[in-house]
Design a protein around this ligand. Structure first.
Ligand code: 13P
Ligand code: SF4
Length: 355
């Protein structure tokens, strides 16, 4: 039980997650890179395909998405984009749950990914059968799951949320007097609980990338850069979140770099995001928040090993050879679409009211 009476952390041991090594992509010369991009663009046109990329993937893939009318976004906008395009094929460059969400929302489209093994530690730490049993033990609670989960877990949920909308949805549910069962990220859940004051029971999962950010190292870095603004993704531990000037989704952190007057920023999230930050604010200095503090294993070193499975090389292979298509069991899809659609409807209404 946490010190906050409105929040409880499930005390069962967290599910162990196997973290893969970072893939080592052979470097491409400028000529090889340009030729690969040209071949990919040609195949995308022939297959009526668009690229939906997350901010954490390789900069070449983000550039390709932008040059070909696709999108580079956070998980909420990636989900929305897929429903607005006429393309017959969605190529999702990100992690598995993003591809699954795209397929659930667009069952008539072909959804492919450069590597179907690109999963997420939060998804891995929340197996559907154990999660369903947990829900059965707490039938009085509204089930809210982070988008970083499997289709089967979403099928068991009342609501899906992303970091860009979690606060608003939980505030809304709390306002209706609902008690919440939250999964899988205990750090994000704890942050949401602290801000909203909702009664939340938390599943015991964590992101292996954000969990590595170290509070003590961050304190020291702040002393070296006293004018830097600190930007933190809420999957990070409390002691890191507490030192932030801005806490938010990847989109919110990028917006902060553009809009805050500071010249320097210390960034506690996957460093793939620097590509977009540099593009939008080229004169600002970006510093990675420290991950290698005392006791750190530094498995991830501020770069998600699953996001790193996306590269020009395997994108070209999947377009040329086919395969790597996402399929969702129709019964699971029929249930999962409800909780995702609820989030999208809520987001639309929020936008209509001006934020
Ligand atoms: P965003 O929705 O903020 O982009 O986060 C997705 C994610 O996986 C962060 O680790
Ligand atoms: Fe999952 Fe963390 Fe990677 Fe995001 S950064 S996809 S939460 S493991």
């Amino acid at each position: 039980m946490s010190s906050n009476p409105e929040e409880q952390l499930d005390q069962t041991e967290p599910h162990q997650v196997q973290v893969p090594p970072h893939p080592q992509w052979p470097p491409l010369s400028e000529g090889e890179r340009a030729a690969a991009m040209a071949r990919i663009k040609q195949m995308m046109q022939e297959q009526n395909a668009v690229l939906v990329a997350h901010y954490y993937v390789d900069g070449d893939l983000q550039a390709l998405a932008e040059e070909t009318g696709g999108c580079v976004a956070d998980s909420l906008e990636m989900a929305r984009f897929g429903t607005t395009t006429d393309a017959e094929t969605l190529i999702v460059c990100g992690v598995r749950f993003m591809g699954e969400t795209a397929k659930i929302l667009n069952p008539e489209k072909r959804v492919i990914m450069p590597d179907l093994a690109a999963t997420c530690s939060l998804d891995e730490a929340c197996p559907a059968d154990a999660f369903s049993a947990f829900c059965d033990q707490h039938p009085d609670r509204t089930v809210v799951v982070y988008a970083n989960t499997s289709a089967a877990v979403k099928a068991r949920a009342d609501w899906v949320v992303t970091s860009g909308i979690a606060l608003d949805i939980v505030r809304h549910l709390h306002g209706r007097g609902e008690k919440i069962l939250w999964a899988p990220d205990r750090h994000l859940g704890h942050y949401v609980q602290r801000v909203t004051g909702a009664d939340m029971l938390l599943w015991n999962g964590a992101c292996v990338v954000h969990e590595e950010f170290k509070s003590f190292g961050l304190q020291r870095l702040k002393k070296l850069h006293p004018d830097a603004a600190v930007l933190v993704h809420p999957e990070s531990p409390d002691e890191v979140v507490d030192q932030a000037d801005v806490v938010g989704s990847t989109t919110a952190l990028i917006k902060a770099v553009q809009e805050l007057p500071n010249e320097e920023f210390i960034v506690a999230t996957d460093d793939g995001i620097f590509w977009k930050m540099h593009q939008l604010a080229p004169h600002k200095k970006l510093i990675s928040a420290p991950t290698a503090g005392e006791g750190a294993t530094c498995e991830s070193c501020a770069h998600c090993p699953w996001m790193a499975m996306n590269a020009l090389q395997n994108l070209e292979t999947v377009l040329r050879d086919g395969g790597n298509e996402i399929h969702i069991d129709p019964a699971v899809r029929a249930q999962a679409v409800t909780s995702i659609q609820r989030m999208l409807d809520f987001a639309r209404e929020r936008d209509r009211r001006g934020g």
